[in-house]
Ligand binder design. Structure first.
Ligand code: NAP
Length: 303
Protein backbone atom coordinates (compact mmCIF):
# COMPACT_ATOMS: atom_id res chain seq x y z
CA UNK A 1 0.00 0.00 0.00
CA UNK A 2 1.33 3.47 -0.94
CA UNK A 3 1.16 6.24 1.62
CA UNK A 4 -0.12 8.76 -0.92
CA UNK A 5 -1.51 8.28 -4.40
CA UNK A 6 -1.59 11.47 -6.44
CA UNK A 7 -3.98 11.52 -9.39
CA UNK A 8 -2.51 13.77 -12.08
CA UNK A 9 1.10 14.82 -12.73
CA UNK A 10 0.66 18.48 -13.59
CA UNK A 11 2.27 21.25 -11.53
CA UNK A 12 -0.05 20.61 -8.56
CA UNK A 13 0.46 16.84 -8.54
CA UNK A 14 4.23 17.01 -9.06
CA UNK A 15 4.60 19.71 -6.36
CA UNK A 16 2.61 17.50 -3.99
CA UNK A 17 4.98 14.63 -4.83
CA UNK A 18 8.03 16.78 -3.98
CA UNK A 19 6.61 17.62 -0.55
CA UNK A 20 5.39 14.08 0.10
CA UNK A 21 8.74 12.51 -0.79
CA UNK A 22 10.70 15.01 1.27
CA UNK A 23 8.59 13.85 4.23
CA UNK A 24 9.50 10.23 3.42
CA UNK A 25 6.05 9.24 2.16
CA UNK A 26 5.79 6.32 -0.25
CA UNK A 27 4.31 8.28 -3.17
CA UNK A 28 2.83 7.16 -6.48
CA UNK A 29 1.55 9.49 -9.19
CA UNK A 30 -0.88 8.29 -11.85
CA UNK A 31 -1.07 10.28 -15.07
CA UNK A 32 -3.36 9.46 -18.00
CA UNK A 33 -1.53 11.59 -20.58
CA UNK A 34 1.81 13.43 -20.43
CA UNK A 35 3.27 14.82 -17.22
CA UNK A 36 3.31 18.59 -16.85
CA UNK A 37 -0.37 19.34 -17.37
CA UNK A 38 -1.49 22.40 -19.26
CA UNK A 39 1.63 24.44 -18.50
CA UNK A 40 3.48 22.54 -21.24
CA UNK A 41 1.29 24.45 -23.72
CA UNK A 42 2.45 27.84 -22.42
CA UNK A 43 5.33 29.17 -24.53
CA UNK A 44 6.77 31.55 -21.93
CA UNK A 45 6.04 31.61 -18.21
CA UNK A 46 7.03 35.03 -16.90
CA UNK A 47 5.12 35.24 -13.62
CA UNK A 48 6.49 32.40 -11.52
CA UNK A 49 8.29 34.00 -8.56
CA UNK A 50 12.08 34.16 -8.93
CA UNK A 51 12.04 32.70 -12.44
CA UNK A 52 11.97 35.64 -14.83
CA UNK A 53 11.30 33.51 -17.90
CA UNK A 54 11.00 29.81 -18.64
CA UNK A 55 9.08 27.79 -21.19
CA UNK A 56 6.17 25.79 -19.76
CA UNK A 57 7.74 22.64 -21.18
CA UNK A 58 11.06 23.25 -19.38
CA UNK A 59 9.24 24.09 -16.15
CA UNK A 60 7.29 20.82 -16.33
CA UNK A 61 10.43 18.82 -17.10
CA UNK A 62 12.37 20.37 -14.21
CA UNK A 63 9.53 19.71 -11.79
CA UNK A 64 9.15 16.13 -13.05
CA UNK A 65 12.88 15.49 -12.52
CA UNK A 66 12.76 17.07 -9.06
CA UNK A 67 9.87 14.82 -7.99
CA UNK A 68 11.21 11.59 -9.48
CA UNK A 69 14.80 12.24 -8.30
CA UNK A 70 13.34 12.47 -4.81
CA UNK A 71 11.84 9.00 -5.33
CA UNK A 72 8.28 9.65 -6.46
CA UNK A 73 7.03 6.93 -8.80
CA UNK A 74 5.14 8.06 -11.90
CA UNK A 75 2.91 5.53 -13.67
CA UNK A 76 1.18 6.35 -16.95
CA UNK A 77 -2.29 4.93 -16.31
CA UNK A 78 -5.72 6.50 -16.06
CA UNK A 79 -7.44 6.38 -12.70
CA UNK A 80 -11.02 5.22 -13.26
CA UNK A 81 -12.23 5.43 -9.67
CA UNK A 82 -11.19 5.90 -6.07
CA UNK A 83 -13.12 3.98 -3.40
CA UNK A 84 -12.89 4.25 0.36
CA UNK A 85 -12.09 1.01 2.22
CA UNK A 86 -11.54 0.21 5.91
CA UNK A 87 -7.74 0.57 5.46
CA UNK A 88 -7.67 3.54 3.10
CA UNK A 89 -8.50 3.79 -0.60
CA UNK A 90 -8.67 1.46 -3.58
CA UNK A 91 -7.68 3.05 -6.87
CA UNK A 92 -8.94 1.30 -10.03
CA UNK A 93 -6.84 1.85 -13.16
CA UNK A 94 -7.58 1.65 -16.87
CA UNK A 95 -4.90 -1.03 -17.27
CA UNK A 96 -7.05 -3.32 -15.12
CA UNK A 97 -4.73 -3.04 -12.12
CA UNK A 98 -5.76 -1.78 -8.69
CA UNK A 99 -3.57 0.15 -6.27
CA UNK A 100 -4.16 1.10 -2.66
CA UNK A 101 -3.16 4.11 -0.55
CA UNK A 102 -3.66 5.63 2.87
CA UNK A 103 -4.49 9.03 1.34
CA UNK A 104 -5.31 10.37 -2.12
CA UNK A 105 -4.63 13.75 -3.68
CA UNK A 106 -6.80 14.63 -6.67
CA UNK A 107 -4.72 16.92 -8.88
CA UNK A 108 -6.61 16.10 -12.05
CA UNK A 109 -6.50 19.55 -13.65
CA UNK A 110 -8.65 20.64 -16.54
CA UNK A 111 -8.89 20.19 -20.30
CA UNK A 112 -9.54 22.65 -23.10
CA UNK A 113 -13.09 23.91 -23.55
CA UNK A 114 -14.44 23.47 -27.08
CA UNK A 115 -16.48 26.06 -28.98
CA UNK A 116 -19.28 23.56 -29.48
CA UNK A 117 -19.99 24.58 -33.07
CA UNK A 118 -20.56 22.45 -36.17
CA UNK A 119 -17.49 20.74 -37.71
CA UNK A 120 -15.21 21.59 -34.78
CA UNK A 121 -14.33 17.94 -34.09
CA UNK A 122 -14.12 17.04 -37.80
CA UNK A 123 -11.57 19.82 -38.45
CA UNK A 124 -9.38 18.98 -35.47
CA UNK A 125 -5.87 18.60 -36.94
CA UNK A 126 -7.16 20.03 -40.24
CA UNK A 127 -6.88 23.65 -39.22
CA UNK A 128 -8.25 23.57 -35.68
CA UNK A 129 -5.93 23.33 -32.69
CA UNK A 130 -6.13 23.85 -28.95
CA UNK A 131 -2.36 24.17 -28.49
CA UNK A 132 -0.34 26.94 -30.11
CA UNK A 133 3.03 25.67 -28.92
CA UNK A 134 2.28 22.17 -30.23
CA UNK A 135 0.90 23.14 -33.66
CA UNK A 136 2.04 26.72 -34.30
CA UNK A 137 5.02 25.66 -36.42
CA UNK A 138 2.64 24.25 -39.07
CA UNK A 139 1.52 27.80 -39.83
CA UNK A 140 4.78 29.47 -40.81
CA UNK A 141 3.98 32.53 -42.94
CA UNK A 142 0.27 31.62 -42.97
CA UNK A 143 -2.76 33.41 -41.61
CA UNK A 144 -4.19 32.19 -38.33
CA UNK A 145 -6.80 33.21 -35.78
CA UNK A 146 -6.91 32.77 -32.03
CA UNK A 147 -10.22 32.92 -30.22
CA UNK A 148 -10.51 33.77 -26.52
CA UNK A 149 -9.78 36.70 -24.25
CA UNK A 150 -7.81 35.20 -21.36
CA UNK A 151 -4.07 34.88 -20.77
CA UNK A 152 -3.85 31.75 -22.87
CA UNK A 153 -5.43 33.35 -25.95
CA UNK A 154 -3.34 36.51 -25.78
CA UNK A 155 -0.12 34.61 -25.09
CA UNK A 156 -0.92 32.28 -27.98
CA UNK A 157 -1.54 35.24 -30.30
CA UNK A 158 1.81 36.78 -29.36
CA UNK A 159 3.58 33.45 -29.83
CA UNK A 160 1.92 32.83 -33.20
CA UNK A 161 2.72 36.36 -34.39
CA UNK A 162 6.36 35.25 -34.43
CA UNK A 163 5.55 32.39 -36.82
CA UNK A 164 2.50 33.29 -38.91
CA UNK A 165 2.26 36.23 -41.31
CA UNK A 166 -0.92 37.46 -39.63
CA UNK A 167 -2.88 36.65 -36.49
CA UNK A 168 -6.49 37.61 -35.84
CA UNK A 169 -7.29 37.70 -32.13
CA UNK A 170 -11.03 37.22 -31.86
CA UNK A 171 -12.74 37.87 -28.52
CA UNK A 172 -16.40 38.10 -27.61
CA UNK A 173 -16.01 41.29 -25.54
CA UNK A 174 -14.08 44.53 -26.09
CA UNK A 175 -12.32 44.10 -22.72
CA UNK A 176 -9.85 41.29 -22.29
CA UNK A 177 -9.69 39.05 -19.25
CA UNK A 178 -5.95 38.63 -19.85
CA UNK A 179 -3.29 40.55 -17.89
CA UNK A 180 -2.93 44.13 -19.13
CA UNK A 181 0.77 43.64 -19.83
CA UNK A 182 -0.04 40.88 -22.31
CA UNK A 183 -2.83 42.81 -24.01
CA UNK A 184 -0.48 45.77 -24.43
CA UNK A 185 2.18 43.53 -25.95
CA UNK A 186 -0.34 42.03 -28.39
CA UNK A 187 -1.65 45.46 -29.41
CA UNK A 188 1.92 46.57 -30.15
CA UNK A 189 2.56 43.81 -32.67
CA UNK A 190 1.88 44.92 -36.25
CA UNK A 191 0.72 41.51 -37.47
CA UNK A 192 -1.93 40.99 -34.77
CA UNK A 193 -5.39 42.30 -35.61
CA UNK A 194 -7.80 42.39 -32.69
CA UNK A 195 -11.37 41.56 -33.65
CA UNK A 196 -13.96 42.34 -30.96
CA UNK A 197 -16.74 41.83 -29.92
CA UNK A 198 -17.08 38.82 -32.19
CA UNK A 199 -17.74 35.11 -31.81
CA UNK A 200 -16.94 32.36 -34.29
CA UNK A 201 -20.24 31.08 -35.61
CA UNK A 202 -19.22 28.90 -38.53
CA UNK A 203 -16.14 27.08 -39.78
CA UNK A 204 -15.78 27.08 -43.56
CA UNK A 205 -13.49 25.30 -46.04
CA UNK A 206 -13.26 21.83 -47.50
CA UNK A 207 -11.56 19.46 -46.68
CA UNK A 208 -9.46 21.72 -44.43
CA UNK A 209 -10.43 24.83 -42.51
CA UNK A 210 -10.21 27.88 -44.78
CA UNK A 211 -12.29 30.57 -43.13
CA UNK A 212 -14.47 31.76 -40.29
CA UNK A 213 -17.92 33.33 -40.21
CA UNK A 214 -17.94 35.80 -37.34
CA UNK A 215 -20.90 37.46 -35.67
CA UNK A 216 -20.71 40.78 -33.84
CA UNK A 217 -22.25 40.26 -30.40
CA UNK A 218 -23.42 43.86 -30.12
CA UNK A 219 -25.09 44.62 -33.44
CA UNK A 220 -25.48 41.12 -34.92
CA UNK A 221 -23.50 42.02 -38.06
CA UNK A 222 -21.47 39.30 -39.73
CA UNK A 223 -18.10 39.12 -41.39
CA UNK A 224 -15.97 36.47 -43.05
CA UNK A 225 -12.21 36.08 -42.68
CA UNK A 226 -9.96 33.75 -44.63
CA UNK A 227 -7.54 31.84 -42.42
CA UNK A 228 -5.38 28.71 -42.51
CA UNK A 229 -5.69 27.80 -38.85
CA UNK A 230 -7.80 28.52 -35.77
CA UNK A 231 -6.43 28.21 -32.25
CA UNK A 232 -9.20 27.85 -29.70
CA UNK A 233 -8.23 29.21 -26.26
CA UNK A 234 -11.52 29.76 -24.45
CA UNK A 235 -10.75 28.30 -21.07
CA UNK A 236 -10.91 24.90 -19.45
CA UNK A 237 -13.27 22.30 -18.02
CA UNK A 238 -12.24 20.40 -14.87
CA UNK A 239 -11.48 16.69 -15.41
CA UNK A 240 -13.52 15.52 -12.45
CA UNK A 241 -16.20 13.30 -14.04
CA UNK A 242 -14.66 10.10 -12.63
CA UNK A 243 -14.72 11.45 -9.07
CA UNK A 244 -18.25 12.78 -8.76
CA UNK A 245 -19.29 9.74 -6.70
CA UNK A 246 -16.30 10.19 -4.37
CA UNK A 247 -16.23 13.89 -3.50
CA UNK A 248 -18.62 16.82 -3.60
CA UNK A 249 -18.33 18.94 -6.74
CA UNK A 250 -19.45 22.52 -7.29
CA UNK A 251 -20.03 23.43 -10.92
CA UNK A 252 -17.77 20.50 -11.87
CA UNK A 253 -14.91 21.65 -9.59
CA UNK A 254 -13.94 19.75 -6.43
CA UNK A 255 -15.25 21.44 -3.30
CA UNK A 256 -12.26 22.03 -1.03
CA UNK A 257 -11.04 25.14 0.74
CA UNK A 258 -7.56 26.61 0.95
CA UNK A 259 -6.57 23.65 3.17
CA UNK A 260 -7.28 21.39 0.14
CA UNK A 261 -9.47 19.06 2.25
CA UNK A 262 -12.47 17.60 0.44
CA UNK A 263 -15.62 16.36 2.16
CA UNK A 264 -14.01 12.89 2.35
CA UNK A 265 -11.36 12.38 5.06
CA UNK A 266 -8.09 11.34 3.47
CA UNK A 267 -8.94 12.79 0.04
CA UNK A 268 -7.41 16.13 -0.88
CA UNK A 269 -7.81 18.34 -3.96
CA UNK A 270 -5.07 20.45 -5.53
CA UNK A 271 -4.73 22.67 -8.57
CA UNK A 272 -7.09 23.82 -11.29
CA UNK A 273 -9.78 21.21 -10.54
CA UNK A 274 -10.37 22.64 -7.05
CA UNK A 275 -12.99 25.34 -6.43
CA UNK A 276 -10.96 28.55 -6.29
CA UNK A 277 -10.73 32.01 -7.76
CA UNK A 278 -7.17 32.18 -9.02
CA UNK A 279 -5.89 29.45 -11.32
CA UNK A 280 -2.22 30.11 -11.94
CA UNK A 281 0.92 28.02 -12.07
CA UNK A 282 1.96 29.52 -8.73
CA UNK A 283 -1.34 28.64 -7.06
CA UNK A 284 -1.33 25.13 -8.52
CA UNK A 285 2.13 24.49 -7.05
CA UNK A 286 1.05 26.05 -3.75
CA UNK A 287 -1.98 23.76 -3.65
CA UNK A 288 0.31 20.78 -4.20
CA UNK A 289 2.36 21.74 -1.15
CA UNK A 290 -0.72 22.35 1.01
CA UNK A 291 -2.44 19.12 -0.07
CA UNK A 292 0.68 17.01 0.51
CA UNK A 293 1.30 18.46 3.98
CA UNK A 294 -2.38 17.94 4.86
CA UNK A 295 -2.21 14.34 3.62
CA UNK A 296 0.93 13.76 5.73
CA UNK A 297 -0.84 15.09 8.85
CA UNK A 298 -3.80 12.86 8.07
CA UNK A 299 -1.59 9.77 7.76
CA UNK A 300 0.69 10.46 10.73
CA UNK A 301 -1.65 12.20 13.17
CA UNK A 302 -5.11 11.34 11.90
CA UNK A 303 -6.04 15.03 11.60
P1 NAP B 1 -9.88 32.00 -19.04
O1 NAP B 1 -9.07 32.96 -18.24
O2 NAP B 1 -11.02 31.28 -18.39
O3 NAP B 1 -10.41 32.79 -20.31
C1 NAP B 1 -11.26 32.19 -21.21
C2 NAP B 1 -11.61 33.22 -22.26
O4 NAP B 1 -12.39 32.59 -23.25
C3 NAP B 1 -12.40 34.38 -21.69
O5 NAP B 1 -11.92 35.58 -22.23
C4 NAP B 1 -13.82 34.09 -22.13
O6 NAP B 1 -14.56 35.23 -22.45
C5 NAP B 1 -13.61 33.30 -23.42
N1 NAP B 1 -14.66 32.32 -23.64
C6 NAP B 1 -15.15 31.38 -22.79
N2 NAP B 1 -16.08 30.63 -23.39
C7 NAP B 1 -16.21 31.12 -24.64
C8 NAP B 1 -17.03 30.76 -25.75
N3 NAP B 1 -17.89 29.74 -25.68
N4 NAP B 1 -16.89 31.46 -26.89
C9 NAP B 1 -16.01 32.49 -26.98
N5 NAP B 1 -15.20 32.88 -25.96
C10 NAP B 1 -15.32 32.19 -24.81
O7 NAP B 1 -8.99 30.83 -19.68
P2 NAP B 1 -7.42 30.79 -20.02
O8 NAP B 1 -6.99 31.97 -20.77
O9 NAP B 1 -7.17 29.44 -20.61
O10 NAP B 1 -6.75 30.83 -18.58
C11 NAP B 1 -7.12 29.87 -17.59
C12 NAP B 1 -6.39 30.20 -16.29
O11 NAP B 1 -4.99 29.99 -16.47
C13 NAP B 1 -6.54 31.68 -15.93
O12 NAP B 1 -6.58 31.80 -14.53
C14 NAP B 1 -5.30 32.32 -16.47
O13 NAP B 1 -4.92 33.50 -15.80
C15 NAP B 1 -4.30 31.19 -16.23
N6 NAP B 1 -3.18 31.32 -17.19
C16 NAP B 1 -2.10 31.98 -16.73
C17 NAP B 1 -1.02 32.13 -17.56
C18 NAP B 1 0.16 32.86 -17.04
O14 NAP B 1 0.04 33.37 -15.94
N7 NAP B 1 1.27 32.92 -17.76
C19 NAP B 1 -1.03 31.64 -18.88
C20 NAP B 1 -2.17 31.00 -19.32
C21 NAP B 1 -3.25 30.85 -18.46
P3 NAP B 1 -15.04 36.26 -21.29
O15 NAP B 1 -13.80 37.02 -20.90
O16 NAP B 1 -16.04 37.07 -22.00
O17 NAP B 1 -15.60 35.41 -20.22
Amino acid sequence: MADIIIVGAGPAGLSAAVYARRAGMDTVLYEAEMYGGQIVNTPEVENYPAIAKISGFDFANDLYKQATNLGAVLEFDKVLSVTRTSEGFDVALESGKTDTAKAVILAVGASNRHLGIAREEELLGKGISYCATCDGAFYKDKVVAVTGGGNTAVEDAIYLAGIASKVYLIHRRDEFRADEVLVKAARALPNIEIVTPYVVEELTGEPKLGGLELVNREDGSRKHIDIDGLFVAIGQEPKTADFKELVTLQGGYIEAGENCKTNVEGVFAAGDARVKKVRQLTTACADGAVAALAAIDYIKLGI
